[in-house]
Design a binder for this molecule. Sequence first.
Ligand code: ATP
Ligand code: MG
Length: 558
Amino acid sequence: MSDEPRETPSNFIQDIIREHNASGRFGGNVITRFPPEPNGYLHIGHAEAISIDFGMAQEFGGRCHLRFDDTNPTKESQEYVDAIIDTVRWLGYDWGPHLYYASDYFEQLYAWAVQLVKAGKAYVDDLTPEQMSEYRGTLTEPGRESPYRNRSVEENLDLLHRMRVGEFDDGTRTLRAKIDMASGNINLRDPVMYRIRKATHQRTGDAWCIYPMYDWAHGQSDSIEGVTHSICTLEYEDHRPLYDWYLDQLGVHHPQQIEFARLNVSHTVTSKRKLLELVEQELVSGWDDPRMPTLVGLRRRGYTPEAIRDFCHRVGVAKAAKVVDIAFLEHCLREDLNRRAERRMAVLRPLKLVIENYPEGQVEALEAVNNPEDPAAGTRKVPFSRVLYIDVDDFRDPAPPKYFRLSPGVEVRLRYAYIVKCTDVERDSSGQVTTVRCTYDPDSRGGDSRGRKVKGTIHWVSASHSIPAEVRLYDHLFTVPKPDDVDEWRSILNPNSLEVVRGARLEPALAGVPPGSIFQFERQGYFCVDLRESTPARLILNRTVGLRDTWAKIEGKG
Ligand code: ATP
Ligand code: MG
């Protein structure tokens, strides 16, 4: 995944798997699954789960399934299913033929529910949802048994069947496991197995109007698929006794559930509910808005699968919750792009520069290195002529202290070209500089041919050869590191998270580059041709990430 192999100490999940392999509990098999619910798009936290689920299987020579946990039709859709499949593949993982849907197990789950009813381990309850939560008790008080708890097996079987065929309204009855209303673990206080939902499911249509709860579906789905290690996040730790109880009652193949801490990234949210709100309230342009922490958003921003995998790998597996600085994600991305992205010159905010002593009509093709990190990337020709554009920020009159770019009387090198000296400026009626006039030194082409050093080097494009583009600059979506801690988190949305720069000028080698291509614009950062809106006639680029690495600074490396 990365050029340099990284030695990471073994994590606790690897330790558990090794123990199982040594004891022979699963005959040396390692079968994992990634089980997204198709009720939203995957985000950077899911990438961590995917990297662990697929990573463990790869490492131990096993396999990982992609299973949709599609048990709640009111929140799920085929759009999400398709997007998730696409995204996991884009990240670089392969489940072979092992694509599964919990909804394919509905019939088996129902048969198992009947089995539990027959064994006196499950009953149909008529309590309303409100009554049920009243009866459930609290962390400090035991719950109370439902008056319907001791129905006969025959009555339960009859009612369950009638629930299935649609005789009852939503919310009027449930099937519950008969465990222990006094349990210290609330999940074991007769948890609901089925609820009535007269909703059309994206795969099973109207075949069902009762749908299994997560806990009733998940372990049994794992078991059906022969999963050995069911890796999930910490919020399921308290559900593990229930996971185990169901499988023990049924006496079927019993995987081991293992929990790890969710990954949180600073300055963003990784809750599908909150991400959905951002989309629905049009606070962003969609799930793939380049500011979103969704994998489709990161992809559109210019993140590579390699950088994301590397990030997840280096973050590692933890048992304690943590927030990883988004600067570290950006650091991993820069490391990858620095190796791979070709360099180009682009002027985001153009200022005209005229070279008085450069022959009118003359054009030179100057050689520029495509990637100093990768000699195989070769060189390209960049046209140079009398009228150029430079960035407005690269000229000041008068020059502030320690300003080594262009100003009156000062010389700078034009990257890959000549040394120029500013001799004059033109201004408009408001005093704004409109044109910088220069002379050039014809003997200074390329490097320092005469050993002459100048302090600054700036980038440029030839005015008549350059092509126009729209460039979108991004900043963090939220102004605070932990948006989850703020109640009214919309009030901390960064109003400057998107800046649209129209009228940028790019070197002509960028004409016709396909959407998704990523370049380093010299001195400015990495930019990606927009996947959704860029066309050959209207080029649009997203700034992926700037060049300055704040994480390296934090770590004292920069
Ligand atoms: P929901 O609230 O809809 O259940 P979810 O984030 O748990 O949201 P799932 O689709 O159930 O979404 O997640 C699929 C898998 O990804 C689960 O195993 C879940 O534990 C894991 N996962 C989700 N978010 C993170 C995260 N931030 N870090 C690590 N793993 C995560
Ligand atoms: Mg979940």
